[in-house]
Design a protein around this ligand. Structure first.
Ligand code: A2P
Length: 315
């Protein structure tokens, strides 16, 4: 498996199992199946509401000796309601406790958005804190502290634009090592990718298959379908592969990690096997033309009248 290398020598397997939207009662099985199939990278987050079940799966897997803890790369993310400096370590400890782990390989600030403590899902302006009230650097400095304490091996961010990365880089001598963002052929984000490469920040692509299992409230009307895209299907057919495999392998060709979500045994395996697909230069240059700056996750759910999250992606 292709890996992304970190400055201390650690390596992140490029294809990981996504767990956003993986239901309770299913996610534990999915983790077992993924690890049996050969996945060594599992992407989690407190807000997905399923870390306890994933933790039970890890505990069983380690007990059986299927893999050792140090052979897995486990990521989790700080939810928006724990950005205040006194709330960061308790939130991290909760994830560690739920996941039944002593450390995480990677911990990310999930969004450049802050809610008031205790608010899981905001209902009105009142539920938010502005970035002036809780500057990202306040939260970041505690992630740096968590790394020093050995609670996490690497730290990074998610959903950060170039201006937000620049701002953070200007305020810390401990730069983020990862920016996890939405990436796929309809949202290629070449400028962000080039900025990250130049600043030695790795990237992970989420929603690589278009996250068709999102709730309808998160969907725009007439969304384009990546899995049904004509070109992607043509390329898949030519290689005797599935459209999902073409979409997943595309990330590896750009040097980013990717976290397709599945709870289906066949698709979990199929997604990992994308690594074996050989996309040609011609395939890649045709896919490059599909870019249309389309976001499936547009961040509009954070916009309430009067809050400062109108243009969260700065684009
Ligand atoms: P399922 O979990 O039933 O496999 P994303 O990773 O972009 O969030 O997309 C997840 C969605 O894509 C889920 O609905 C998931 O369904 C589906 N999916 C995952 N792998 C494949 C695949 N290989 N082919 C088609 N759909 C897939």
């Amino acid at each position: 498996m292709q890996t992304l290398k970190f400055s201390n020598g650690d390596e992140l397997p490029a294809i990981g199992l996504g767990t956003w939207k993986s239901e309770k009662g299913e996610v534990g099985k999915a983790v077992h199946l993924a690890i049996e199939a050969g996945y060594r990278h599992i992407d989690c987050a407190a807000t997905y509401g399923n870390e306890t079940e994933i933790g039970e799966a890890f505990s069983e897997i380690f007990k059986k000796g299927e893999v050792k803890r140090e052979e897995l790369w486990i990521t989790s993310k700080l939810w928006n309601n724990a950005h205040k400096k006194e709330d960061v370590i308790p939130a991290l400890e909760q994830s560690l406790n739920d996941l039944q782990l002593d450390y995480l390989d990677l911990y990310l600030i999930h969004w450049p958005v802050a809610f008031k403590p205790g608010v899981a899902s905001p209902k009105s302006d009142e539920d938010y804190l502005s970035m002036e009230e809780v500057p990202i650097i306040e939260t970041w400095n505690i992630l740096v502290e968590a790394k020093k304490r050995g609670l996490v091996k690497h730290i990074g961010v998610s959903n950060f634009s170039i201006p937000k990365l620049k701002d953070l880089l200007g305020k810390t001598n401990q730069p983020p090592e990862m920016d996890q963002v939405e990436l796929h052929p309809y949202l290629q984000q070449d400028d962000l990718l080039n900025f990250c490469k130049a600043n030695k920040i790795h990237m992970t692509g989420y929603s690589p298959l278009g996250s068709g299992d999102r709730s309808s409230s998160m969907k725009a009307e007439n969304e384009p379908s990546l899995l049904e895209d004509e070109l992607i299907n043509q390329i898949a057919k030519k290689h005797d592969a599935s459209p999902a495999q073409v979409l997943i392998k595309w990330h590896l060709s750009r040097g980013t990690a990717v976290i397709p979500k599945s709870t289906n045994p066949k698709r979990i395996k199929q997604n990992l096997e994308s690594a074996n697909l050989d996309l040609t230069e011609e395939d890649l240059s045709k896919i490059a033309e599909l870019d249309r700056h389309f976001r499936y996750i547009n961040g509009k759910f954070f916009v309430t009248e009067g809050n400062s999250y109108e243009n969260i992606f700065d684009d």
